[in-house]
Write a protein that binds this ligand. Sequence first.
Ligand SMILES: CC(C)(COP(=O)(O)OP(=O)(O)OC[C@H]1O[C@@H](n2cnc3c(N)ncnc32)[C@H](O)[C@@H]1OP(=O)(O)O)[C@@H](O)C(=O)NCCC(=O)NCCS
Length: 219
Amino acid sequence: MATDASPSHPSNLPSPSEAGANAGSGSESSPQTEAAATPPAPANAVAIRDMTIDDLAPVFHLGEQLFQNELYPTLYRTWDEWEVSGLYNTDPEYCLIAEVEGEFAGFVLGTVIEKQMTYGYINWLGVDHRFQRRGVADSLVDRFVERTIHQGARSLFIDTDPANEPAVKFFTRKGFDNVRRHVYMSLDLGQHPYFGRLIDYEQDQVERAARKHRRRAKG
Ligand SMILES: CC(C)(COP(=O)(O)OP(=O)(O)OC[C@H]1O[C@@H](n2cnc3c(N)ncnc32)[C@H](O)[C@@H]1OP(=O)(O)O)[C@@H](O)C(=O)NCCC(=O)NCCS
C-alpha cells in the first residue's frame, strides 16, 4: 500500500510548514528528506497514505461522529456512504488517510476541477477527536495540495458551515481567504398549499394499495 505515492515537493524547496503555511504541525517530511534523515520519526508523527477499500467504513463512521446535525446541519445532510464511495471511485488520488502511531486519525476527500482554470476542491476533511490539534489536518491538506499542484491546480476552494469555528480557523491559518457567504433556504413541503395536498394524495395512494394488497392476501 502506498504511503507516499504523491509527487512531493522537491528537496530544494522548504516543506509547507517550513515555508510558514502552517505553524507547529507534526506533519511528515518529503521522501527525499526522509531518506537522508537518520533519527527515527517522532512517536506521534503523522503518516499520510492513499485511502484503500478497507478505509471506506472507518471514514464514513468518523464522518458520522464529526458532521453532527446539531452542530453543522448542512454537513450532516450531505454526508453519507455515497460521498465516501463516490469520491473513492472517481478521485482516489485525492482521498487520503492520516495515521498516528498506526491508528486511523483522519481523512481528506477532494477533487480537482478543470474549467477555465484548474482548481482543487476539498469536499471533506475530518480528524478524530483524539488526534485533533496535533497537525493531522495540516498534513492531510498539505499532501492534498501537493497532488493538486501536480495535476495543474493553481488555486483551492473549500466550504463549510460558518458556525464551524475550528474549520474556519484552521483554513484561515492555512492561508485561505476571500470568504463568501452562501445562503441555504428550505421549504416545508407539507405546509405548501399545492405540494402539501400532493403529499396527502400520494400517501392516500400508498394506503389504498396496501389495503388492496391485504385484501388479496386474505383471498
Ligand atoms: C477542522 C479540523 C479538521 C482540524 O483538524 P486538526 O487536525 O485538529 O487541525 P490541526 O491540528 O492540523 O490544526 C490546528 C489549527 O486549526 C485550528 N483549530 C483546530 N481546532 C480548533 C478548535 N477546536 N478551535 C479553534 N481552532 C481550531 C487552529 O488554528 C489550530 O491551530 P492552533 O492549535 O495553533 O490554535 C477538525 O477540527 C475536525 O475534524 N473538525 C470536524 C470536521 C470538520 O469540521 N471538517 C471541516 C469541514 S469538512
